[in-house]
Design a protein. Structure first.
Length: 687
């Protein structure tokens, strides 16, 4: 199987649909006013009707910003013409399988018989390293995709497939009997030497380019998985969502067809010559040099390279936001061909993705040429950061742009956004969002989704002055915001009137919660860190909050594991709460308690003595199991996969799930099952 390994993936191809003829989305476009061949949408993005005005827009912005070293922000690269290379590298090795029967006819009920991935919104599945439908488990373990049959007396690995070693962060989505594997790799490219009558040869090694790999696998017979098709898309996959059987990928890409030449001699002449050459590169560019492409391979190995986004579905902010393209790509896993069903693009950098059952939201901070700033200007720009949020309708066959809104400050993560009853709620921290400062303050802003735009409806600010947001959770008409610097204020925000959101209650306690999880009416679990009054963190803390009275939130109980941390603090997929029993499981690493008691200073001069202190070697790597009920928290026990010193880190527990009366935990060492009620060991499958 041959494929191109070069940035000019789409070079020479005609961009399909460069005009509005036959555009399936033409009747769904927002009203606007003419703008040089495009239209200004009712939101803040310009929509282009054809490739020519889009190319003119990109060229004009690039000519204004190009330097002797190319474009700022990753647009293009130095070098000469790309040396196109072909290779026979497959997406992954074929499956190895053990004889085993296909799926049973009995059906288990998610949420009743087994737990699934911990997600933000009901009906909107999120990608993770492990998926189960109660009968099989599919997981990425040590760069191997493993399929495990859970229906027998013991778990049995029935198939496995080695993923490429250079495939980074592989994630899974399970849609019925179809599995989608999404990963990231960096293509290797080389350029021919720069030569010319008036200049010597120059360094021409090109940088690597991000490529997203997507593979569709039929698991109707788990013992004999069938690789149906795969895609390669220009860019980095920010995230994806599975809604109503359709998978929506959010991909961020940079221009791949621009080859800039740096100065070949020092001084003013060298820089001016390089600048002139780079301007010519921009003037001579085609639309294929700017927009992403994708390569599709079917089951027979036949390949086709096409344009990922139609020009008529590309939008640009009315203020410059970079040369990258943010693409929303929809695929139907029930379609064996796996061709993108639709795609929409925005000329912007994407960072945070949130999905509701009807829309995808992609947030990005304003584009800034940070390299051109220094001193007071740099600090001022960092304080004045704003977040643009772009909304896309995913309920139609063609993904459509809805509108955009701007919120002050920066987001923490996907939980900073939430849609409810026709409004988007957004929590941000102004000032420097990465650390608390005297000018830090947090705000909750509401946006009305009316017709084809996002319009600010109201806001409440003044949350956590001098602090920054550590956790957010929106539930119905209420928002919960945790800020932290020395103590942990838990704010309760009434959002029942989006035009007038208001803080109704506040609870201050030491430490902070980094993840908030609802558990029944009026109860929240908080996972984070305990801290001293001075703000020094001391260990993993799990709290139970009573928020039934919005004016008077209370902490009913909490447990602290000194000198410990959990992946659940920053990755909600690692957190498990099983409502049927109150069982709550968190991966945990905990260091020697005795050695860390008190105000121990760790200075460089004591480092050589570290191995000579036995207490420092006390270490637990596994999971903590808690029983969380309406009024309290009890520690039920700990689970460890460690069998010897050599496998201590391989045995790091990554995920957990419940199936009937068994609590399962997954690590790179094993799949372990314990009795849900007693935690007695019952099953172990070593990899």
């Amino acid at each position: 199987m041959k494929r191109l390994l070069a940035t000019g993936l789409a070079a020479g191809l005609l961009l399909a649909g460069c005009t509005n003829d036959g555009d399936p989305n033409a009747g769904n476009r927002p009203a606007g006013i003419p703008f040089g061949g495009g239209v200004i949408a009712a939101g803040t993005l310009v929509q282009f009707d054809a490739c020519e005005p889009l190319l003119e827009h990109l060229q004009a912005e690039a000519l204004e910003r190009v330097t002797p070293w190319g474009l700022p922000g990753g647009g293009g690269w130095w070098g000469g013409p790309i040396a196109v290379m072909e290779d026979d590298v497959a997406f992954a090795e074929p499956f190895s399988a053990a004889p085993q029967a296909s799926r049973s006819s009995g059906e288990l009920v998610a949420g009743q018989d087994f737990s699934t991935t911990n997600i933000q919104e009901a009906g909107v599945d999120e990608p993770d390293v492990m998926k189960t439908d109660g009968e099989i488990l599919v997981a990425v373990v040590q760069q191997v995709l493993r399929v495990v049959d859970l229906t027998g007396h013991e778990p049995v690995e029935v198939a496995s497939m080695r993923l490429p070693d250079d495939l980074g962060n592989p994630q899974l989505l399970l849609a019925g009997e179809r599995l989608l594997v999404v990963g990231q790799r960096w293509g290797t490219f080389f350029a021919e030497p720069l030569t010319g009558e008036d200049r010597p040869a120059a360094l021409t090694l090109a940088p690597q380019s991000a490529i997203t790999l997507v593979q569709l696998i039929d698991l109707s017979n788990p013992a004999d998985p069938d690789i149906v098709a795969d895609l390669e898309l220009d860019g980095t996959a920010l995230s994806s969502r599975l809604v109503d059987g359709i998978i929506h990928l959010v991909v961020s890409s940079q221009p791949t067809g621009l080859v800039f030449e740096g100065p070949t001699e020092s001084g003013v002449r060298g820089e001016r010559d390089a600048l002139a050459r780079n301007r010519e590169v921009i003037r001579d560019s085609t639309i294929e040099d700017w927009l992403p492409a994708y390569a599709h391979r079917d089951e027979d190995g036949d390949e086709a390279i096409k344009d990922l986004v139609d020009c008529s579905h590309v939008h640009a902010p009315d203020e410059f936001a970079g040369f990258g393209t943010l693409s929303i790509v929809s695929v139907d896993p029930a379609n064996d061909e796996l061709h993108p069903r639709s795609a929409a693009g925005v000329l912007s950098e994407g960072q945070t993705v949130y999905g509701s059952p009807e829309r995808l939201y992609v947030a990005t901070t304003d584009w800034v040429d940070w390299g051109s700033l220094e001193g007071d200007d740099l600090e001022a720009e960092a304080r004045d950061v704003t977040t643009d949020i772009h909304a896309f309708d995913i309920t139609r066959p063609q993904v459509t742009y809805v509108g955009s809104g701007t919120a002050p400050g920066s987001l923490l993560n996907q939980f900073s956004m939430s849609e409810h009853d026709g409004h988007l709620r957004v929590a941000t921290t102004e000032g420097n969002g990465w650390w608390a400062g005297e000018d830090s303050v947090s705000t909750v802003t509401t946006f009305a989704i009316t017709g084809d735009e996002l319009e600010e409806a109201g806001s409440v600010t003044g949350l956590g002055v001098t602090e920054r947001i550590f956790a957010v959770r929106f539930l119905g008409d209420v928002g919960y915001v945790v800020t932290f610097r020395q103590v942990d204020p838990l704010y309760v925000v009434d959002l029942s009137d989006p035009a007038a959101p208001a803080v109704t209650g506040e609870l201050k306690i030491p430490g902070y919660s980094a993840y908030l999880h609802p558990v029944g009416d009026g109860r929240l679990i908080g996972v984070g860190q305990d801290a001293t009054d001075a703000g020094r963190v001391t260990g993993l803390q799990v709290s139970l909050f009573d928020v039934s009275d919005p004016a008077d939130p209370q902490r009913l109980a909490h447990v602290v594991m000194p000198n410990a941390n959990s992946e659940s603090e920053w990755n909600h997929h690692a957190f498990l709460h099983w409502p049927m029993t109150g069982t709550t499981v968190l991966p945990m690493q905990q260091y020697g308690v005795e050695a860390f008691e008190g105000d121990v200073a760790f200075e460089e001069e004591v480092a050589p003595e570290f191995d000579d202190v036995p207490e420092f070697k006390e270490f637990f790597n596994g999971a903590i199991v808690l029983d969380v009920q309406e009024s309290g928290i009890d520690i039920e026990g700990r689970i460890s996969h460690v069998t010897g010193a050599d496998d201590e880190w391989l045995a790091t527990i990554q995920r957990s799930f419940v199936r009937n009366d068994v609590l399962w935990t997954l690590s790179n060492e094993a799949l372990v099952g314990v009795d849900l009620a007693t935690l007695d060991a019952r099953h172990r499958l070593d990899w």
